[in-house]
Write a new protein. Structure first.
Length: 85
């Protein structure tokens, strides 16, 4: 599956614990990454400072569903299921 350009769900729904430029403490779940532009495209997509967790994410139907809304719902659920309680 190809990534839906402009979706941005993987840059909003999950938390990211690694250091990211502009997010020195990581990024909390449900918080929009500061590297998403107005079109929901990653401004550091090809930059070596992009975290491995981001570059390693693969757009798949089980993660991204068939729409941006489905992707947000799925990734939000995964975040809840995997967060430390």
């Amino acid at each position: 599956m190809l990534c839906r350009i402009g979706c941005g769900a993987c840059c909003i729904a999950p938390s990211i614990t690694s250091v990211i430029p502009l997010h020195p403490q990581g990024k909390a779940a449900a918080i929009r990454c500061l590297h998403l532009d107005v079109d929901n495209k990653c401004s550091i997509f090809l930059d070596p400072s992009r975290p491995l967790v981001c570059s390693g994410f693969q757009a798949t139907e089980d993660a991204c569903g068939s729409s941006k809304e489905e992707a947000m719902a799925i990734l939000t659920e995964w975040e809840i299921l995997t967060s430390a309680q």
